[in-house]
Write a protein that binds this ligand. Sequence first.
Ligand code: GLP
Length: 242
Amino acid sequence: MRIYCAKDYYHASRVAANIISAQVIMKPDCVLGLATGATPVGTYEQLVRWYEKGDLDFASVHSVNLDEYRGLSAEDEQSYRYFMNSHLFDHINIDKKNTYVPDGMEPDAAKACSAYDEIIRSLGGIDLQILGLGHNGHIGFNEPGSAFEKETHCVRLSRSTIEANARFFDSIDRVPREAYTMGIKSIMQARKVVVIVCGESKREIVRRAFFGAITPEVPASVLQLHNDVILVGDEAALADCL
Ligand code: GLP
């Protein structure tokens, strides 16, 4: 694992955006695995700036997102599809037809998830997967206790994740209780993984995930077994890792 420690969120976002840019430049028809949450917002802003300068071309890029709330439509402002459109896709020249997010409106979970696995397979797998890190060690929506061998599946969100994500909703009661998420196996099959971690509140879980025991109780810890992981963070989050 390589670690890039930047002094703050802005600079960590630039490092992550640089890695994504390098991927897009080296392989213009690459498949990017994308993440939501507050952490990658700065990375996406940086990519948009470089696109606007003319440095990047997303015309042949495909993307697959990690997860989506079950029951939220693309038009719902809290859906991850809406997040991706508003933070990235609406501002760059990616063809929206080439961007994939699990279908939160498909009530048949098995169908939604197997269709998503099929999309990832038909694209030839993920070249570069971007990840954030939940405070309980979740990646995507793979909560503590998730089996490592799962591909896309439906999960019940843990209480701590519902509480953490309530900040994006009018009230905690509106946070969906379920989501469709790529599984640990889907994530581990990506050829390269970039995990972005920022802020003091992530410090403890970063230490446990990357320097503690590999256990389903800390889903991100499995990344210690991946042979091409880059951990990008700020000094606050990486304080125990340097
Ligand atoms: C959500 C997402 C994750 C994300 C995590 C951390 O639960 N499903 O993909 O990594 O939150 O979010 P944040 O970056 O806001 O701390």
